[in-house]
Ligand binder design. Structure first.
Ligand code: DGL
Length: 301
């Protein structure tokens, strides 16, 4: 749990995902809150989360969060739609009173902003992992804001492996995008063709593949992800808790982010560097193993 006071505001923000995908959220956080420090965990040993059962995803998410809480953090960002959709209530309960922010509600909010001008409905297409799409978390979050929106989901499982491979553009990605999307939004869908106003990249691995999605969807639908709205939610929450890292003073040094991974730090540094558009030093990526003991509960920060 976070301790109150000035000392707590100096603690880093914890961010986790199954792999490097959540670095898209870290980028948005760094941009919006450049004075903050971050500690990022990618559970690469057990990726992908999106094809696992809910029980397994909850267990993995609790273990990943526990590792970050152990390192002392002031707020936790679940930078994974799959983990948010399956485990957000469990995370909040296990680590209370630490604030845990997920990416689904911010993504839903961003989608509803796009259709805000529409008098009736608005078509929203969610691209996510199998678990996120099947669990309907986006549909519920969008309907809480806009009950008249029409929401469809398409699981794009292979996008995760492609992104983890560092493949963001090129024919393989475009063919894969067409294979997933054309039967739903392409002319071959015939009568049942869904014409989205907005496409939500509902997996944090997907933003670098937005170009391939656009090549199938055409110029009309607005393509969004939840990274920026998540960063907005984090800023709002830190402001409310009076935990923003203060400007000035002797402690005012440039942020030095830390990276943890559960497998192959060199690989994490190589592909993570592509996601962050910077050179990540493998020596700055720490190999960790995860466990969570429900008997003893989370460690105090
Ligand atoms: N990046 C994750 C998400 O946002 C999950 C990818 C995976 O492990 O399947 O859903």
């Amino acid at each position: 749990m976070a301790t109150a006071g000035a000392e707590t505001s100096e603690l880093p923000i914890g961010v986790f995902d199954s792999g490097v995908g959540g670095l898209t959220v870290l980028s948005a956080l760094r941009k919006r809150l450049p004075r903050e420090r971050y500690i990022y965990l990618g559970d690469t040993a057990r990726l992908p989360y999106g094809t696992k059962s809910r029980e397994t995803i909850v267990r993995y998410a609790l273990q990943a969060a526990e590792k970050l809480v152990e390192r002392r953090i002031k707020l936790l960002v679940t930078a994974c739609n799959t983990a948010t959709a399956a485990a957000l209530p469990d995370l909040r309960q296990a680590f209370a009173p630490l604030t845990v922010i997920g990416v689904v509600e911010p993504g839903a909010r961003a989608a509803c902003r796009v259709i805000a001008g529409k008098k009736e409905g608005g078509n929203i297409l969610i691209l996510g992992t199998e678990s996120t799409v099947d669990g309907q978390a986006y549909t519920e979050a969008i309907h809480a804001l806009r009950p008249d929106a029409v929401v469809r989901g398409v699981a794009c499982t292979l996008f995760v492996s492609m992104a983890e491979e560092g493949w963001m553009t090129g024919p393989v990605i475009e063919i894969t995008a067409a294979r997933y999307l054309a039967p739903v939004i392409g002319p071959e869908a015939g009568q049942g063709r869904f014409l989205p106003d907005c496409i939500v990249l509902g997996c944090t691995h997907f933003p670098p593949l937005a170009g391939a999605v656009a090549s199938v969807a055409g110029p009309e639908p607005v393509i969004i992800d939840s990274a920026e709205t998540t960063a907005e939610a984090v800023e709002e929450e830190l402001t409310r808790l009076n935990l923003l890292r203060p400007a000035g003073g002797p402690e005012d040094t440039p942020a030095s982010d830390r990276f943890l991974t559960t497998d192959a730090p060199e690989r994490f540094a190589r592909v993570g560097g592509i996601f962050l558009n910077e050179c990540l030093d493998p020596a700055n990526v720490e190999l960790v193993s995860l466990s969570f003991n429900p008997q003893t509960g989370p460690s105090a920060a």
